[in-house]
Every structure is written in structure tokens, then in C-alpha cells.
Design a protein around this ligand. Structure first.
Ligand code: UD1
Ligand code: UDP
Length: 384
């Protein structure tokens, strides 16, 4: 009998990063019987990804509400997932990352004594409010999970230091690189029209922001830095696919809406977004996933946060933490655009996060765990 696995996710990045795992587990149909359960913590941004990868949800809880609060969302996830797990009685629940869906999905499974596998486990800042609430979501999920798929040796080291048994930890690489390489190889990859119109040779900064701790004043400082930079560099364009959170839209529109070399766009489908990352000269972001993807494409990233749970690319020199001070952000961008050597140093393609085979390792580990395969698979070893 194949083992029944419920894959639970709900936001855009979880869907991008779980899609390769779904594909791999579906290939091993003699070993696994999958149920895809989406909370739809995100609605439109999730659907974009499900469509792209051709994923059909077996359960769609359709939980998103405008301006959702953490307690309300958390209660809805816990109470609506529980009957699904009771009905399906899976052998394993798989969750991804550090969102409300991740933590409450793991908790719902734990309450029913269903083992949990955590994909993208072990990333830490060890600062409870940074990022908020993701650092704590990921730690709590780690405490609830039985199996931990760590993307890098650093992440695995964090788990071992927390006394998770080594037999339960597997270094896989990050599945985002699987998704990125698959999408980047598509022959029909196109830039969004608004970006294709920018004359070749002009500089493009790609911006994304959405972190809860950055909403309000910090976002205003970031966007003010961009205003100054647009005045500093007459050949500079800012392309900003804006997160659907209305609080992000509002501030972006207020500070940047009147500028001619700014393109505020609705969230892009993953394909055009990958094409945009390739076109960009520089990425400014507070996103987790983009910190992993842009280095693989050789794009320098300035991270609009004070800490990161993804130190590998910082160590490799392609990602730099610039914080949230307007003048600091401006100075860092100016330095990169005015000093060619400094730019070249950061624009190295590095792949500390994966080799495109993370999902295959996860599938192989689970096949070994359930006795379908004799050997524990080899771990992802590049980077640290
Ligand atoms: C969530 C995750 C965060 C992750 C991010 C990825 C939590 C607590 N936060 O943050 O870890 O990095 O997703 O993007 O789990 N909205 C829409 N349509 C959408 C998506 C969002 O309208 O498709 C709006 C809604 O008003 C929603 C709000 O954005 O209430 C915030 O969404 P929410 O999932 O609570 O938080 P994010 O900031 O997106
Ligand atoms: N992304 C996308 N379209 C966009 C912006 C981002 O497809 O308009 C992708 C991006 O390539 C990455 C993921 O969404 O894979 C990151 O999502 P987000 O920044 O919302 O979340 P985080 O990674 O910070 O949790």
C-alpha cells in the first residue's frame, strides 16, 4: 500500500517551493498517495502558482480574508485542517517553511499524532521578532516535526544544536532552486510588457517588500531612498511587483506612484518574475525566497532587513544586509552603481542553496524511510 501523504501549504512562496516536491512524489506513485491540501492563506498569489505548475488541490480551504490578523488566521487554519486530517488519516503531513499555514498545519497534525515532515527546516536568526512571526513559526514547526529537510549544512547544524537527532535531519538543498531552474529553462519565458519597454542599457532595480515588521514607517523609508536614487541616476528604473497586502500597495502608491521611471505592477506570475530577475541589475528585497534565487542568477541583492536566516549568500558575497535606514540604502546602491569593481564582486552566480535536485532527495529519503529503497540518499553538500 502506498503511504498517504498530505502536503499542506497556502502562500505563494510555499507553493513555488512545494511544487517540485509534489511532482517528485507523484512520480513515485507506487510508494506515495498524495493529497494536496491548500489553506489558500493567499488567494490570488497562490492560484498563480498552482496554475503555472498544473497542480490540482484535493482540498482548498479558501481561508484568506482581507487584512487577516495572525490569531484569526491561525484559528481558521487549525480548525479547518483538523477535519481534513481526520478524514484522510495520512501517514505523514508535509509542511514548508515558516508561515502561519506551516506552523498551524504542523500543530493540527501533531494534535492527531500524525508525523510531520518539515521542508526548508532549520533556518534561524535566533531573534524571536525578526522576522516576525516567521522565526518563531519555523522554530515551533521544528519542535513539532519528526523529519527535517534542511536546505543547507548551516540549517542542519542549527537543528542538531537544538538536539534534533541526526537520523531525522537530511540536507537536501532548497527546492526553490529546482523550481527556478525548471522555470528559467522554459523557452516561452517573457518579460512583463512594462519591463520590455524599458530601453536596453538603462539600469533596472527590482524591488519587493512585504514583511510585517516593515509595514508603515520602514517601508516609507525604503521607498524614499528609491525616490532619491531615481533623482541621482537619470538612467535608472524601478520595477516593483507589489505584494497584494493593501498596506504595501498604499505606501508604495503614496511614495512612488507619481514617478515616471517607476513601474508598480501587480504580483507577477513566476515565469515573468524570473525573466525580470534576469533583466535586473540589482535586487532590493525583504523576501526570503528572492535572497535564494537572485544569487543563482548572478544578481546582487541588498536585503532590506537587519537580520537574515539565510547567511550563506551573505558569506558568498552576493547578498548584503542593508537594513532600513534611508541614507544607508541610498549609499549602498550608489556604491554599486558607481564602483564597477564593487558591483562585479557582488554579481557572481553562486548556488549555496541548491543544485536543482532537492525534491528528488526528499522523495528518495521518504522512499528509504518507508522501506521502498535500501539506501539513505546522499545529502546536498555544496556551499558550506
Ligand atoms: C505571508 C506569510 C509570510 C510570507 C508571505 C509571502 C504569515 C504570517 N506570513 O505574509 O511569512 O513571507 O506570506 O508572501 O504566514 N492578500 C491578498 N491576496 C493574496 C495574498 C495576500 O489580497 O493573494 C492580502 C490579504 O489582504 C491578506 C494580506 O494580503 O490578508 C496579508 O496576507 P498574509 O498571508 O496574512 O500575510 P503576508 O504578509 O502575505
Ligand atoms: N515572486 C513571484 N512574483 C512576484 C514576486 C515574487 O513569483 O511578483 C516569487 C519569487 O520569485 C519567490 C517568491 O515569490 O520565489 C517569494 O515570495 P515572497 O517574497 O512573497 O515570500 P518570502 O519568500 O519572503 O516568504
Amino acid at each position: 500500500m502506498p503511504k498517504k501523504i498530505c502536503m499542506v501549504f497556502g502562500t505563494r512562496p510555499e507553493a513555488i517551493k512545494m511544487a517540485p516536491v509534489i511532482k517528485e512524489l507523484q512520480k513515485a506513485e507506487d510508494c506515495f498517495s498524495l493529497r494536496v491540501v491548500v489553506t489558500a492563506q493567499h488567494r490570488e498569489m497562490l492560484d498563480q502558482v498552482l496554475d503555472l505548475f498544473g497542480i490540482q488541490a484535493d482540498y482548498d480551504l479558501n481561508l484568506m480574508q482581507p487584512g487577516q490578523s495572525l490569531p484569526d488566521l491561525g484559528c481558521r487554519i487549525l480548525s479547518r485542517l483538523t477535519p481534513v486530517f481526520l478524514r484522510e488519516r495520512p501517514d505523514l503531513v508535509m509542511v514548508h517553511g515558516d508561515t502561519s499555514t506551516t506552523f498551524l498545519g504542523a500543530l493540527a497534525a501533531f494534535y492527531l499524532r500524525i508525523p510531520v515532515a518539515h521542508v526548508e527546516a532549520g533556518l534561524r536568526t535566533y531573534r524571536p521578532y525578526s522576522p516576525f512571526p516567521e522565526e518563531m513559526n519555523r522554530r515551533l514547526t521544528g519542535a513539532l516535526a519528526t523529519y527535517h529537510f534542511a536546505p543547507t549544512r548551516t540549517a542542519a547544524g542549527n537543528l542538531l544544536a537544538e538536539r534534533i537527532p541526526p537520523s531525522a535531519v537530511m540536507v537536501t538543498g532548497n527546492t526553490v532552486i529546482d523550481a527556478l531552474l525548471a522555470v528559467a529553462a522554459r523557452p516561452d519565458l517573457r518579460l512583463p510588457r512594462e519591463v520590455a519597454e524599458i530601453p536596453p542599457g538603462q539600469k533596472v532595480i527590482l524591488v519587493t517588500t512585504h514583511r510585517r515588521e516593515n509595514l508603515g514607517e520602514p517601508l516609507r523609508r525604503i521607498y524614499s531612498a528609491l525616490r532619491l536614487l531615481l533623482a541621482d541616476f537619470p538612467d535608472l528604473w524601478v520595477v516593483f511587483p507589489v505584494h497584494r497586502n493593501p498596506l504595501v500597495w498604499k505606501t508604495a502608491e503614496e511614495v512612488l506612484g507619481d514617478l515616471s521611471r517607476v513601474r508598480l505592477l501587480a504580483p507577477l506570475e513566476y515565469g515573468p518574475f524570473v525573466a525580470l530577475m534576469r533583466r535586473a541589475d540589482l535586487v532590493l528585497t525583504d523576501s526570503g525566497g528572492i535572497q535564494e534565487e537572485a544569487p543563482a542568477l548572478g544578481k546582487p541583492v541588498l536585503v532590506l532587513r537587519d537580520t537574515t536566516e539565510r547567511p550563506e549568500a551573505v558569506r558568498a558575497g552576493t547578498v548584503r544586509l542593508v537594513g532600513l535606514d534611508r541614507e544607508k540604502i541610498r549609499a549602498e546602491v550608489r556604491r554599486l552603481f558607481l564602483d564597477e569593481a564593487a558591483y562585479r564582486e557582488m554579481a557572481q552566480a553562486v548556488n549555496p542553496y541548491g543544485d536543482g535536485r532537492a525534491a528528488g532527495r526528499i522523495s528518495a529519503f521518504l522512499q528509504w524511510l518507508y522501506g521502498y529503497r535500501a539506501e539513505r540518499p546522499e545529502e546536498f553538500g555544496v556551499g558550506e
